[in-house]
Design a protein around this ligand. Structure first.
Ligand code: GUN
Length: 261
């Protein structure tokens, strides 16, 4: 199914589920930057919340906010019993350590699933797994290649595919071209999350039956582009825009409902 339709259908289910709840799920988004990408993400998260019946609030703070001030707010939100979950939008200004903030958020409120003790997974790989399952993509015993090793996508994605018994290989910036060619030619599932536009192109051989999940969000004057060039000769390739971004937003709502329980 096209991602847009899958997300639309799943949102209807979540909306019905929330409508039946005695207490509406509640979400706080803390934003301490004003970059266009973060503004777009936050806008999307607020829009989804409104659509589904989630009570969401944005706390937008100036860039001059100190780490101490942010930690104080995080402490307050951790203790707020009326709140199901919250997130601090990344990236943070340079004078605030992102890991310090991620570790300060209580795993019980960590809707992003960033804390090492969180029972939830980060939204992007979780959203991708949900979609692959909805699409009945066979994972067990299949060759999965993850390109990129970030803490919020590549590493958790590899772990989650391994948990589904895929044969997982992680490629990265130090992988040689011949190795790229070899692994990609044998891949059944490719998740590409490098932030390098067009890193996957027609110069590689793919299995006809391969599934490419494109996590790239590369912006230029002409719009948004993925890490893969469009229309590669494979069975399924997720588009950018209208692909993984929507799955990530959906997974955030799913994570919030898990915290609400
Ligand atoms: N910045 C880009 N993606 C994310 C995300 O999933 N969560 C947060 N908190 N910040 C982000």
């Amino acid at each position: 199914m096209i991602i847009k339709e899958y997300v639309k259908a799943r949102k209807v289910e979540l909306k019905d589920l929330i409508a039946k709840m005695d207490r509406k799920p509640t979400l706080v988004i803390v934003q301490i930057n004003d970059d266009p990408a973060s503004n777009a993400y936050v806008k999307g998260k607020l829009k989804d919340s409104a659509e589904l019946g989630v009570e969401a609030k944005l706390i937008k703070l100036p860039e001059s906010t100190t780490e101490k001030e942010l930690l104080k707010l995080v402490g307050k939100l951790n203790k707020n019993k009326k709140l199901d979950g919250f997130l601090v939008q990344m990236p943070l200004p340079k004078h605030i350590n992102e890991d310090t903030i991620k570790l300060a958020i209580s795993p019980e409120k960590d809707v992003d699933g960033f804390h090492p003790l969180s029972k939830l997974n980060p939204c992007t790989p979780q959203g991708i797994m949900n979609y692959l399952k909805a699409e009945n993509v066979e994972l067990k015993g299949k060759n999965a290649v993850v390109i990129g090793r970030s803490n919020i996508v590549g590493k958790p994605m590899a772990k989650m595919l391994l948990a589904e018994s895929s044969n997982v290989t992680v490629l990265h910036s130090k992988t040689t071209r011949p190795d790229f060619e070899r692994y990609i030619a044998n891949a059944d599932i490719i998740v590409v999350a490098t932030g390098k536009q067009g890193i996957l192109d027609e110069s590689y051989k793919y299995k006809d039956s391969a599934v490419i999940v494109d996590v790239g969000i590369n912006r230029d004057e002409t719009g948004l582009h993925g890490d893969a060039v469009p229309n590669l000769p494979v069975r399924l390739q997720t588009p950018v825009p209208g692909g993984v971004g929507l799955l990530t937003r959906l997974a955030l709502m799913e994570n919030l409902l898990k915290l609400h329980k």
